[in-house]
Structures are given as structure tokens and as C-alpha cells.
Write a protein that binds this ligand. Structure first.
Ligand SMILES: *[C@@H]1O[C@H](CO)[C@@H](O)[C@H](O)[C@H]1NC(C)=O
Ligand SMILES: *[C@@H]1O[C@H](CO)[C@@H](O)[C@H](O)[C@H]1NC(C)=O
Length: 403
């Protein structure tokens, strides 16, 4: 008898704490029709969900919804969890007038304990605006909207969704803490401008796993001020690889501390792992404690590259070295084919040479089949280039160390 009562009370306790409220965009006027703008319906749905209590689900059923800028702002004070479930496809308007300059298509800000999931698609419809991107070779310019921007949020899970053809970055994680990305697909053509897959800035504790990214810029870019970033089981390509940086562009930048990239594959990307910092950076910062382990590169132009003379506009005062100090970096068990002969490039700052750089079990073939003088059957040797660094080497080294 006593046991029965306890079980009954437990059941009551569980059922109340799991009380879920569902907020369906269709109940707030979303039409899922190309003739209809569903922006306001989505904002109204958010307002209702965010001001409810317990656990709320923002629900987007099957269908294709057209919207302009959507700002989903917290804090949602009485919620223990917000689940944002997209079964359908959201399409961003092609008219750039519907978005703020340097803004986002969809932004979540100050929302803690958020899960975005559901198997749906965020289609930025970027094809129409890529030609209007003027940021290619300019240091300062107005940016097109990022598809999914997360700002100042804690305990976020982004899971099982697709980002397609963003106008600018696909996903940006800014000033956030404990952020998990898993089972996400990112897709855009290899020649689409500035379509970084996942950009991380000023965040702590970001993990990205089991994610496929093919896009026109960095698959993942780890910007300034991040710590404890952990990436595993990512497929990258096409794209520019996984980058730490660019660092050293602005005076307010923070250090990068603690990055691991493991068990990932790069296919036909321009870079594999790249650490880059601007020449003539305005302030001394650190980029340290990074491990890159168990990575396979298939036909990658620059599989391992540190470039501290980054200056795409050629207007940053070439004589001034980068002030970003790179230290405690290990490249381990990295192998495959390079599509250019420089498989390993370690171009460190002449002002602050890289410290404690370790290369262990590096094995690259140079696949020269794309070069004019390629002779079938004659394997070309891969090469390593270094400046301003004394790396230490363990295990296999192909190409041989460059000092
Ligand atoms: C949270 O719930 C309390 C108690 O029910 C209520 O008074 C308050 O207005 C709610 N706050 C918000 C932001 O909804
Ligand atoms: C280095 O980074 C790892 C992974 O983020 C972290 O667990 C570790 O505490 C860091 N070590 C130091 C000495 O900062």
C-alpha cells in the first residue's frame, strides 16, 4: 500500500515537471504559402511561447514558410526549456531590404536552455544575393545576413537540422556558453562567398560533432575570444577547411584558449586545419592549447597551414608582424593527399614566433595529377615550409621537417 502511494506521487511529480505546452505557428496565422509573409506569425508564436511557463515547444509543422528577419529574444523567464522544432522548411526572403545591415535572418538572443531540432530546413536563398556581397577583398564592409545567429545564450543544443544556401554565414555562435551542435547538415556551393558553415566567437564550451558541412568558405571558423571548443566527426568539403581565425583584426579581441579537432575528414577543401592571423594586428593576443588529432585529408590544397601574414586586401602594412602569439599546438596523426606540394605550411609571426608546436605522425602524398608536368606513376614529393618557428617532431614525417 505504502509503495503504491509513493509510486503514484512519483508519477504525479514526473508528469507535472514534464508538462509541455505546444505553440504551433499555424495557430498564430502562419500560412506556409509563397503568397504570404509569415514573419509576424512566427514572432507572435515566439511571444506566446517565451512568456509561458515550464517547458514550451515552438512548433513549425511540414510546409514551406517565407519570412524576413526573425528575432527571437529572451530571457524567457518562466521557462525551464524552450524547444524550437522545425519539421518544415523556412525560406528567407530574397529582398535584402527585409533585413538589417550586418544582421541575421533568424536570431536567438538571451535564450537559455534552448533546443533547436526537428529535421527541418533553413533555406537562406542566398543565390540571389551572393552577387551583392562586397566583402570579398575589403577589410570593412556591410555584411549580408547570417542565417542562424545565436547570441548570449547558455545551454543550447542545435540538432538534426539543415542550413541551405545562406546569404552570408550559415550559423554563428556569439558570446554563448555550453553550446552543442550535432547531426547538422550545412550546404552551399563551393564558390558561394563568405558562407562560413559555423562561426564561433567569444564563446565558452562549444562542441560540434557528427556534422556534415559543404560550403563556399570555412566549414568552421573559430574566431577571437573562444575557449574550450571541441570538434569531432565532422565531414568538411567543399569549403576552406576548419580555421582558427582570422585573429588579430580588431583592438577588442580576446585570446583563443583550448581547441580540439579530432576524427574528422576533409575532402577537396582549400585548407584542412588553418590558423590565421592578420598582419599589423592592433593588440597582443594569445592563441594556445590546440590539438588536431586523427584527421584524414583527401585532395586538400593546404592540409596543415599556419598563416600569420594574412592580408587579403594587401593593404595592412606588410612590414608589421602579427601580434598574435601562437603556442602549445599539436598536430597528430594527420594523413592523406595534398593537391598542392606544400602539404605543411608553418608561417609564423616574425615578431612572435610560434612556441611549442608539435607535429607527430604526419603523412601526406602530393597528388600532382592536376599540375601541368604530372607524369602518371611518378609520385611527387610533398613539401613543408616554415618561417619563424622551431617545431618539434615525433613519429612519421612525410613531408620531412622543414628546418
Ligand atoms: C512568471 O510567473 C509568475 C508567477 O506565475 C508571474 O507572476 C510572472 O508574470 C511570470 N513572468 C513572465 C515573464 O511571464
Ligand atoms: C587545454 O584545452 C583543453 C580542451 O579544451 C582543456 O580541457 C584543458 O584544460 C586546457 N589546458 C590548459 C593548460 O589550459
Amino acid at each position: 500500500m505504502g509503495l503504491k502511494i509513493v509510486l503514484f506521487l512519483c508519477f504525479l511529480g514526473v508528469s507535472t515537471s514534464f508538462a509541455q505546452q505546444m505553440f504551433n505557428v499555424k495557430d498564430f496565422g502562419a500560412k506556409a504559402s509563397p503568397q504570404n509573409e509569415d514573419t509576424q506569425a512566427f514572432l507572435d508564436t515566439w511571444k506566446a511561447a517565451c512568456s509561458s511557463g515550464g517547458e514550451a515547444t515552438f512548433y513549425v509543422p511540414e510546409g514551406t514558410y517565407y519570412t524576413g528577419a526573425l528575432s527571437f529574444i529572451g530571457p524567457c523567464k518562466n521557462l525551464t526549456r524552450m524547444t524550437f522544432t522545425v519539421k518544415g522548411t523556412l525560406k528567407a526572403f530574397t529582398d535584402l531590404g527585409k533585413f538589417a545591415k550586418d544582421g541575421a535572418w533568424i536570431m536567438f538572443g538571451w535564450v537559455n536552455d534552448l533546443t533547436v531540432n526537428g529535421g527541418g530546413v533553413f533555406d537562406g536563398q542566398g543565390t540571389a544575393s551572393w552577387g551583392k556581397n562586397k566583402c570579398g577583398n575589403q577589410k570593412y564592409c556591410n555584411l549580408l545576413p547570417t542565417s542562424l545567429k545565436f547570441h548570449a545564450s547558455k545551454n543550447v543544443v542545435l540538432q538534426d537540422v539543415t542550413s541551405l544556401n545562406s546569404k552570408f554565414f550559415h550559423i554563428a555562435v556569439l558570446q554563448s556558453t555550453n553550446f552543442k551542435v550535432t547531426g547538422v547538415t550545412v550546404t552551399a556551393p563551393g564558390d558561394s562567398p563568405n558562407t562560413d558553415g559555423i562561426h564561433i566567437e567569444r564563446s565558452v564550451g562549444v562542441t560540434i560533432s557528427h556534422t556534415n558541412i559543404g560550403t563556399g568558405d570555412d566549414c568552421i571558423s573559430i574566431g577571437e575570444g573562444n575557449s574550450h571548443v571541441s570538434i569531432d566527426n565532422v565531414n568538411c568539403g567543399p569549403g576552406h577547411g576548419i580555421s582558427v581565425g582570422s585573429l588579430g583584426k580588431y583592438p577588442y579581441e580576446g585570446d583563443v584558449d583550448g581547441v580540439t579537432v579530432t576524427s574528422s575528414t576533409f575532402t577537396k577543401t582549400t585548407n584542412g586545419i588553418r590558423i590565421k592571423s592578420w598582419q599589423a594586428s592592433p593588440k597582443k593576443t594569445l592563441a594556445r592549447n590546440m590539438t588536431f588529432d586523427n584527421l584524414v585529408m583527401n585532395n586538400v590544397q593546404n592540409p596543415i597551414i599556419i598563416d600569420q601574414e594574412y592580408c587579403p586586401s594587401k593593404r595592412c602594412g606588410a612590414q608589421t608582424p602579427s601580434l598574435v602569439q601562437i603556442k602549445d599546438v599539436t598536430f597528430k596523426n594527420i594523413r592523406g593527399t595534398a593537391s598542392s606540394e606544400n602539404a605543411v605550411t608553418l608561417r609564423c609571426s616574425s615578431g612572435y614566433p610560434c612556441q611549442n608546436l608539435v607535429l607527430e605522425d604526419i603523412n601526406f602524398k602530393y597528388d600532382g595529377s592536376a599540375t601541368w608536368n604530372y607524369v602518371k606513376g611518378h609520385e611527387l614529393p610533398a613539401k613543408a615550409f616554415c618561417s619563424s618557428v622551431k617545431a618539434s617532431y615525433k613519429g612519421v614525417q612525410i613531408p620531412p621537417p622543414c628546418q
